[in-house]
Structures are given as C-alpha cells and as structure tokens.
Write a protein that binds this ligand. Structure first.
Ligand SMILES: [Zn+2]
Ligand SMILES: [Zn+2]
Length: 304
C-alpha cells in the first residue's frame, strides 16, 4: 500500500500566534501531493518542513476567509519562479470565483505557472469533483458564515499478491502475469486460482472538514475515513462563541469522528486564546480513542 501522511504546516485559526502559523496542510499520498487551505506564511512553512511547492499536484480550498487562502498568491508565485511546467489543479467553491481571480492575479509576477481551476458547487450530498492521479476528490457543503466545502480524498482498492503463497505454489516470472490475465494457470503442482495466492485490499480515505458547525455534510465527508482532519476552534467553555461564529468545539469533533467511525482524528484550527492544548485532547478523547492535537510541522501517518 502506498505511503500516506499529513504534513501539518499551520494550525492557527484567524490570528497566527508565536507558535502556530495560519492554516496549511500537505497530504503526501503515493506519488501525489495535495495542499489544503494555504494561509499566510505557507511558502516558508513548506521550506521549513521540506515540502517542495513545485511538486504539488493540487490545492483544495474550503472557503475564502483569509486564514484559508492568503497563502495562494505566494504559492503561485513560487511555482512561477520555479518554472513549473506541470499543471496545478485548484479546487474551490465556485461562488468565490472573484476571490480566486484576485488571489491569482494580485501581484505583478511575470511568470504565471500553469493552473487548472476546478470551481465546484458543493451541495448537501457527497459529489465527485475530480481526481488527482488515481485519487478521487469529493466535496460536500459545510455550514459556515460564507460558502464553504469540505473534501474527501480516497484511493481505489485493488488486489495484491501474497509472496509466500506465490512461492509455495511454485509461481514466479511471466506465469504470474498469465495468472492475472486468465484468473488461473497450470502451476508445477497443479491448477492455481488467483484467489489462492492474492487478496483484495480496500481503498483508503481522508477527510478535511473546516470551517463549519457540526452538519450533515461533515458526516458524509468523514464516513469511515482512515484520517479525519477537523477544525476545533473552541472548547466547550466557549460554546456560545462556537455557535455564533459557526465553528466546532473539540467535543463536537470527537463526537463527529465517533459517529462516523473515523479511525484517526486530527484536531486543528485553534483559536489564539488557548495555550493549554491538553484540554482539546481531553475533550475530544471523551468520545474518540485516537485523537491527535496537531502542532505545526507534525507529520502524521495514516493509521496502519
Ligand atoms: Zn478559519
Ligand atoms: Zn472561516
């Protein structure tokens, strides 16, 4: 199975702090690299984390509040400077087209890299928005103060050989190709069926839910995922603020992850008012057993 890990580039919400940059995430999955919600300072965070902006295949924006998109101009400029010839897909809410255009054209940069805009109108149900390599990109609408969409990225399942069983059946070399093609072959000890020496493996999935209050869209995106990255701007002690600004608490995120059977929950997008992050782990941990409170530059692998 291909390597999949989240590289955390920023974990602050509206205001960055001395220890937390604005939002920013890189999902490394096989040979694909997908950025999510690049806030201010994204380019430098990538440099520190050893993530090459030139290598990215796609950027997914949830919405056009500044902490989720002000890093886009720098990211684009960097690809121009690096003379990237590969296209970069940019997914974003279609009704934010004016903001995308402004971000894309806001400086006098001469070298415009190749961008492939993917404006999406997300609805109440999960819908396909495109693909990045063999990874499927789906979106669903979230409930925030402006148009916002979350993302679900999934890899296809497949079939893999079990080396010990191949060896036991005496199969190696071109005959294995024949087995794939025909479903069975005559081995040295008799007929071998594909099922005897191989097994199916399920696809894997990742959800990015931000900024939102708890809603049906968040549940659809996060259903059964291997990793759920979820905003938890507040703690329950600030419940009224969470409700008024359409954000989630750590408890909300824990409840969501438990309800949909997400394997690993990564909390991020913290209000600058907090310094005791153990409280976030404790609050979400009441509901879910595998909670990570993200710090800038964490590298978080998908669960085994
Ligand atoms: Zn935000
Ligand atoms: Zn927002």
């Amino acid at each position: 199975m291909s390597v999949a890990e989240l590289v955390v580039l920023g974990t602050a919400s509206q205001a960055p702090t001395r220890h937390r940059n604005h939002n920013g995430y890189a999902l490394r999955w096989g040979d694909q690299l997908i950025f999510f919600d690049p806030g201010e300072g994204f380019q430098r965070q990538c440099t520190i984390a050893g993530i090459a902006i030139a290598r990215a295949n796609a950027v997914c924006l949830t919405h056009f509040h500044g902490d989720h998109c002000l890093g886009l101009p720098g990211l684009i400029a960097r690809r121009g400077m690096d003379r990237c010839s590969d296209p970069l897909q940019v997914f974003y809410p279609a009704d934010g087209e004016q903001y995308y255009e402004r971000l894309r054209t806001c400086t006098a940069g001469l070298m415009q890299p190749l961008l492939e805009p993917r404006p999406v109108i997300a609805g109440a149900s999960l819908q396909a928005a495109g693909s990045v390599g063999d990874l499927l990109v789906e979106v669903a609408a979230l409930e925030h103060r402006i148009s916002t969409q979350g993302y679900r990225i999934s890899s296809p399942g497949g079939r893999r050989f079990i080396p010990e069983r191949l060896k036991a059946a005496g199969l190696a070399g071109p005959i294995v190709g024949q087995l794939v093609k025909h479903g069975s072959v005559d081995g040295p000890d008799g007929v071998v069926e594909l099922d005897q020496v191989s097994e199916e493996f399920p696809g894997r999935s990742f959800a990015f839910v931000m900024d939102t209050r708890t809603c049906r869209g968040a549940e659809l995106l996060a259903q059964g995922v291997d990793m759920l990255v979820c905003e938890s701007t507040f703690l329950e002690s600030e419940r009224s603020l969470a409700d008024s600004y359409a954000h989630m608490t750590a408890a909300d995120a824990g409840r969501l992850a438990a309800a949909v059977g997400a394997k690993k929950l990564v909390l991020t997008h913290f209000s600058a008012r907090y310094s005791n992050m153990a409280a976030f782990a404790a609050e979400a941990g009441e509901f879910h057993g595998d909670v990570v409170v993200a710090e800038d530059f964490d590298r978080i692998p998908f669960p085994a």
